[in-house]
Design a protein around this ligand. Structure first.
Ligand code: S3P
Length: 434
């Protein structure tokens, strides 16, 4: 457990500068896991520096995969020696820390191994629902037990798996990754269907590693028994981390921010559409493809912000960006309403409760719904003591809200930002003009 720290945020005039961000968390998890299964050495530049991806790497080490990291300044590179689908039985429980992606994706890989394993996590992860992976994996022939209420720890007795045709009741890219990874070890074909499109990094990563995966509208298919080839390349900058800086710039007319080498996968970049809708001037240049992932430079100019409503498929596409959009909502003219966001209640914290509590602490008016919230615009907020609820995206979102509040904002439990972005507060401060 890291020591609790408090960060104080002072009001800003605007933001100015050009930055590049650490690698995307979602992509880093997938590349690390697939690199461990591949034949050959996978070399990845700009790997995520967050603790969540470190948890994935540690789990892989426990499974007999050798890897090494090199750090140059803020940039992390990883070299992973692939096991050629031959993981070994772990001697200890696999500690997934705070990472829902690690536990859900790893459970797919472990379900088809000829050994037993146990996946554990921190207090927050131990409260998160795992039925969403346990149920379909059981249909594939897996044998998994959990703590009460389908919560971690998960005990996995590896078994022979067979492909299934599964429709996800809740759209989840983590569940899709879990099932596609399990599908690699299953006999026959695995089909995963979803009525709502989520991030497609799993299929892009699998294809980059030489696996045949087919996508047809809301379904994705994979055949078991395929081999993976190591890859070399960089991980695109994390657009969910970029969201905090883009929204911070958006708050102040006169801000000029550029972020290069940023992941712009269309299933992840919905934020840019909403920023444009709010009135932010966005320019995208230097587009290129990296292992199937779209990357480019984004320039943002602050402007007076209007309002928007986020619901349905947009909410799923923006799920990690909702905390920051909610945190800037009081400063828009027409407010922001977010619906169909019940999933936020089972993230690292109950994010609806965390957002509502912190906005009210800053003096904002907010209406809470079971599946979302409505935040009226045209409000003036004051600095307050913010509780991060040990949730990285809550800590970072309210640091941004504090930039336009009156007086000082104190972020308690700020250290949790390192789950996805260890250098966040310093980088934010380096861009702020007062
Ligand atoms: C992720 C998918 C999302 C997201 C999480 C990362 C992924 O979760 O919130 O931060 O990498 O697949 P769900 O798939 O549970 O919605």
């Amino acid at each position: 457990m890291s020591e609790k720290t408090t960060v104080v945020i002072h009001p800003a005039k605007n933001l100015e500068g050009g930055i590049r961000l650490p690698g995307d968390k979602s992509i880093s998890h997938r590349y690390a896991m697939l690199g461990a299964l591949a034949e050959g050495t996978t070399r990845l530049d700009n790997f995520s520096t967050g603790k969540d991806c470190a948890s994935t790497l540690e789990c892989l080490r426990e499974l007999g995969c050798r890897w090494e990291t090199t750090r140059k300044g803020e940039t992390l590179s990883v070299e992973i020696q692939g096991t050629g689908m031959n993981l070994s039985a772990p001697q200890n429980a696999l500690n997934c820390g705070n990472s829902g992606s690690t536990i859900r994706m790893m459970s797919g890989i472990l379900a088809g191994q000829p050994f037993e394993s146990e996946l554990i996590g921190d207090e927050s992860l131990s409260r998160r629902p795992m039925a969403r992976v346990m149920k379909p994996l059981a249909e594939m022939g897996a044998s998994i037990t959990s703590a009460e209420g389908n919560r971690p720890p998960l005990r996995i007795h590896g078994s022979k798996l067979h492909g299934i045709d599964y429709s996800m009741p809740v759209a989840s890219a983590q569940v899709e990754a879990c099932l596609l990874f399990a599908g690699l070890f299953a006999e026959g074909e695995t089909v995963v269907r979803s009525a709502i499109r989520t991030r497609d990094h799993s299929e892009l990563a699998l294809r980059a590693f030489g696996v045949e995966v087919t996508r047809n509208l809301g379904e994705v298919r994979i055949h078991g028994g395929q081999r993976l080839r190591a890859i070399e390349g960089g991980v695109p900058g994390d657009i969910s981390s970029a969201a905090f800086f883009l929204c911070a710039a958006a708050l102040f007319p006169g801000s000029q921010l550029a972020i290069d080498s940023l992941g712009l996968n269309p299933t992840r970049a919905r934020l840019l559409d909403f920023l444009v809708q709010l009135g932010v001037k966005i320019r995208v240049t230097q587009l290129e493809e990296l292992n199937g992932e779209l990357v480019g430079t984004v320039q943002a100019e602050g402007a007076p912000l209007k309002g928007c409503k986020i619901s349905g498929g947009d909410t799923a596409a923006l799920i990690d960006e909702i905390p920051i959009l909610a945190a800037i909502a009081p400063y828009t003219s027409d407010g922001i309403e977010i619906r169909n966001a019940g999933e936020l209640r089972v993230k690292e914290s109950d994010r609806i409760t965390s957002i509502v509590g912190n906005l009210r602490a800053m003096g904002a008016e907010v209406e809470e719904f079971p599946d979302g919230l409505r935040i009226p615009g045209g409000q003036t907020l004051h600095g307050a003591s913010i509780d991060s609820f040990d949730d990285h995206r809550i800590a970072m979102a309210f640091a941004v809200a504090g930039l336009r509040a009156q007086g000082e904002t104190q972020i308690d439990g700020a250290e949790c930002a390192s789950i996805s972005f260890p250098g966040f507060f310093d980088l934010l401060e380096s861009l702020v003009r007062r």
